[in-house]
Design a protein around this ligand. Structure first.
Ligand code: HEC
Length: 151
């Protein structure tokens, strides 16, 4: 009986050691997995703040340039790039840049309605005048620019 008992104790100790070693190995594996994940996330997590010189070139430098461009939205430039193609000549019945009468008629329904039409599109007028990078505010500025420059 005494022999059996001590065998039992030895068995329990063995199992305890086994359990501990499984936990230990498991925690090492988990740790290295965390490190791998951190390593994989690093390029995305690297943030380059405005005003800081970015050590990393490529994507983040490009993103910074793009956000800089968005901040300095120029209605004149965006008009030339996106709207002029139709609104300079009055193509397909587009109210012409510089045509006061045409814009006065459009504005009769109110600035907000005209801006909404420019955002959503109207007949041959494509949504946002095909300026996919223009925000709603940008479109509003563009409408003011086009109609306000009617002489
Ligand atoms: C593919 C040609 C085309 C492009 C590009 C285009 N427009 Fe137009 N736009 C039109 C036409 C055609 C109309 C007249 C639609 C109608 O009344 O049937 C129009 C009408 C408008 C109107 C009057 C909407 C109203 O409620 O009467 C606004 C404002 C306008 N465009 C703004 C813009 C702006 C801003 C851009 C550039 C971001 C732009 N358009 C680009 C063709 C174009």
């Amino acid at each position: 009986m005494a022999v059996n008992n001590s065998k039992f104790v030895v068995r329990m100790v063995q199992m305890g050691v086994l359990a501990l070693s499984v936990l230990f190995v498991g925690s090492i594996a988990a740790q290295s997995r965390d490190e791998q994940i951190a390593e994989r996330l690093k390029p995305i997590g690297d943030v380059c703040l405005a005003g800081e010189s970015c050590a990393r070139g490529g994507a983040s430098a490009g993103a910074q340039a793009a956000s800089g461009a968005a901040a300095e939205f120029s209605a004149e430039q965006a008009y030339q790039q996106n709207c002029q193609v139709c609104h300079a000549s009055g193509m397909a019945g587009a109210p012409k840049f510089g045509d006061a009468a045409a814009w006065a008629t459009r504005m009769e329904k109110g600035m907000d309605a005209v801006v909404a039409n420019a955002i959503n599109g109207l007949n041959a007028m494509p949504p946002r005048g095909m300026c996919m990078t223009c925000s709603d505010d940008n479109i509003a500025a563009l409408v003011e620019y086009i109609s306000g420059h009617a002489q």
